[in-house]
Design a protein around this ligand. Structure first.
Ligand code: PAF
Length: 283
């Protein structure tokens, strides 16, 4: 595997390749990321991965400084997966001048759910992803469904800018007890790790309740959301949201969307101790 930090060197290496498949990451790779590498291999060749902890998507009180950086272990894992190039720019490589041009996703997608609790997050994500696309110029790029809203926003960005990149979704990989794999799981204490799968279990309960919903009560869905929040609070969580949304646009689900069989998704973010976890479940 070639490890490259310089944009020009990356372009030189990829010259003439028009089927490259790209997986952007922030490192601290786990089985979830590696499954995305395998998916990338099915959709293009060569596979290019990136590791860059993107300051632009972290809020002032978030974990940019403490975000786990495990470069050597990550390199070993990517080599085993047969990744052809690891693009690992420094901040100076990727942002040689302050990044004043930014990509601002539309409010109705970028300022809800994660965007409401992490202002500017998706602006930072879209800006770095567009820049990484411009460096790698892949034919396809793979993003995990664990970051459901991110996947949707990147898809819309690629569509609106007519980027010649197909966005491929990768399924969420879970531990045996159901906890979605995440770099931030490493922050959990032993007790918190034992409690953490409750987040997915709660989403499964909400899904069952939604499927059984047989009510004309227009508040039924928001009552389910509130009850799930109350349950998690009772177990010591601090939920930011549990939201039943339409898969197509992440707009709140309504009785009409239920009746018309509109595909729905339940999304959540909640803090356990100091660790903020996110998860989702499609209905
Ligand atoms: O999902 C992530 O790891 C990051 O948001 C991404 C897409 C690599 C952009 O920094």
């Amino acid at each position: 595997m070639k490890i490259i930090s310089d944009i020009q060197e990356l372009r030189d290496h990829l010259r003439g390749q028009n089927r490259a498949s790209f997986v952007p990451t922030m490192g601290n790779l786990h089985e979830g990321h590696l499954s995305l590498m395998r998916l990338a291999r099915q959709h293009g060749d060569p596979v290019v991965a990136s590791i860059f902890v993107n300051r632009l998507q972290f809020g002032p009180n978030e974990d940019f400084d403490s975000y786990p950086r495990t470069m050597q272990a990550d390199i070993d894992k990517l080599e085993k997966e047969g990744v052809y190039i690891l693009f690992a720019p420094t901040e100076r490589d990727l942002y040689p001048q302050p990044q004043e041009y930014r990509v601002d996703p539309p409010q109705q997608l970028g300022d809800i759910l994660e965007g409401e609790f992490r202002p500017g997050f998706f602006k930072g994500v879209c800006t770095v992803v567009l820049k990484l696309f411009s460096c790698v110029q892949p034919k396809v790029a793979v993003f995990g469904k664990k970051d459901y809203q991110q996947l949707m926003i990147i898809r819309q960005m690629a569509k609106q800018f007519a980027l010649p990149v197909d966005i491929i979704p990768g399924e969420t990989i879970r531990a045996d007890d159901g906890l979605a794999l995440s770099s931030r799981n490493g922050y959990l204490s032993t007790e918190e790790r034992a409690e953490a799968p409750e987040l997915q279990r709660t989403l499964q309960e909400v899904r069952e309740q939604v499927l059984q919903l047989n009510s004309r009560n227009t508040n039924a869905l928001s009552e389910l959301e509130k009850a799930a929040v109350v349950k998690l609070v009772g177990r010591g969580w601090k939920p930011d949201y549990i939201a039943i949304r339409q898969q197509s646009d992440l707009a709140p689900a309504s009785n009409e969307s239920l009746q018309s069989g509109e595909p729905l998704v339940i999304l959540t973010a909640a803090k356990l101790g100091k660790t903020r976890l996110i998860d989702n479940l499609e209905i």
